[in-house]
Design a protein around this ligand. Structure first.
Ligand SMILES: Nc1ncnc2c1ncn2[C@@H]1O[C@H](COP(=O)(O)OP(=O)(O)OP(=O)(O)O)[C@@H](O)[C@H]1O
Length: 396
């Protein structure tokens, strides 16, 4: 057995493919960010007020996923801090650190105080934060990435509190940098929070294929051994990611996974075939993740569609609802109204999991016909593995 492990290990240790795979991982912050010069300049010119010890405006940054929002923000802040060294900043991903309690605790901890994991009220934490801020006599920049996730879960009260801190603290100041890829997010905020958070706004446009190519080239030189990745392979990865709204993360993932597949198959050059396999693998992972995290009734509607499609090539919304109600009842669960089920079908359509087409059935009026837009095997796998009740139902 240990021979097998040794063999697998040696293929990675003496990789013919990667010089340093880490340069392709999402958390690596590159030293250069090509094609984000304008955004770096804009953000730096707002934050540069720190030089005078003044509070920079709050900033709201938005743009689609993988457009470099996080990378640019971290890049500008860490470079400014090296040069100025007169401010603090804390980076908080609000999807991971997703309670007002943990956010306040993170801010307090970066300023050097300890906070118990739970047990205090947020009002008490707020008081402590004001106290440590006052003592620090510095400007503090709070970066809230994926800020929409926090507000969806807990409302915008914590944002309101944070934008008001400067009224309670006198010797220090805070500024907030909010980042989101949900363009509509800011419209849903309390008007006071909206105007305060959006003192300055920055929009990150998607990358085009040539820009992605540059980004990939720079990373490929660091990550791969010479001769493993050709220019045409980089072009191909860039073109695929550009079709998908110019997402640099996706382009980098594609190149990394293609490299991993090449390594696994013990080849010594990444070819088009490996890129295609990587594309399929990444797409499967994405679909799996999206389905596994759907709410229960959306999953149930999807399960009904899968079940219905074992007998028919397409289904009407009425047929789906009947199936859904039967399955819910047989599982001892409540069911949602036909109108809500119809909304769920629209949501699944928007996510690209199913495809729904309106058909006119003469005097019977209009209905929608639904087919799956992704591989049914992966849908079923995600449903059955993410909820035991579905596994029991399907096997029973
Ligand atoms: N101009 C660039 N040059 C080099 N790498 C980049 C550039 N822009 C983005 N990247 C890389 O692409 C990946 C995604 O970027 P980043 O996390 O900054 O995107 P984002 O806009 O914050 O996306 P999300 O909204 O999904 O968090 C990271 O690995 C980042 O290093």
């Amino acid at each position: 057995m240990s021979d097998i492990i040794d063999e697998v290990l040696s293929s990675v240790k003496n990789s013919a493919i990667f010089k340093n795979r880490e340069y392709l991982l999402p958390d690596y912050i590159p030293e250069e960010l090509p094609h984000r010069e304008n955004e770096i300049k804009k953000l730096a010119s707002i934050l540069v007020q720190l030089y005078r010890g003044e509070r920079p405006s709050n900033i709201f940054i938005y743009g689609l996923t993988g457009t470099g929002k996080t990378a640019v923000t971290k890049y500008v802040l860490s470079n400014l801090q090296r040069k100025l060294n007169n401010f603090e900043y804390v980076y908080i991903n609000a999807r991971q650190t997703d309670t007002p309690y943990r956010i306040l605790a993170d801010i307090i901890e970066i300023l050097g105080d300890k906070v118990p994991f739970t047990g205090l009220s947020t009002a008490e934490l707020y008081r402590r934060m004001v106290k440590v801020l006052e003592r620090s006599e510095r400007v503090m920049i709070i970066v809230l990435d994926e800020i929409d996730a926090l507000v969806k879960k807990h409302g915008d009260d914590i944002l309101y509190k944070l934008t008001r801190v400067n009224y309670d603290v006198h010797k220090s100041k805070i500024s907030i940098v909010g980042i989101t890829n949900d363009v509509k997010f800011i419209d849903g905020l309390d008007p006071r929070v909206r105007s305060s958070l959006g003192e300055e706004e920055l929009v990150f446009p998607p990358y085009n294929a040539e820009q992605l190519e540059d980004i990939l080239k720079k990373r490929a030189v660091l990550a791969f051994r010479e001769g493993v990745v050709s220019e045409s392979i980089i072009k191909l990865c860039a073109a695929i990611a550009a079709r998908d709204h110019g997402d640099a993360r996706r382009a980098l993932d594609l190149l990394r996974v293609a490299g991993e597949i090449t390594e696994r198959e013990r080849k010594n050059q990444v070819g088009e075939e490996e890129v295609e396999k990587a594309r399929v693998e990444i797409e499967r992972d994405r679909v799996y993740e999206v389905i596994a995290t759907l709410p229960f009734h959306s999953k149930l509607v999807l399960l009904s569609i899968i079940k219905g499609l074992t007998k028919n090539t397409r289904l009407t919304t009425g047929e789906i609802y009947d199936l859904y109600r039967n399955i819910a009842t047989s599982m001892g669960s409540e069911f949602v109204t036909q109108r809500r089920a119809s909304d769920i079908i629209n949501e699944l359509d928007m996510m690209g999991i199913i495809s729904a087409r309106v058909v006119n059935r003469g005097r019977y009026g209009k209905t929608k016909e639904v087919v799956l837009a992704v591989d049914s095997g992966i849908v079923l796998k995600a449903l059955l593995e993410s909820d035991e009740r579905f596994a029991d139902f399907w096997s029973g």
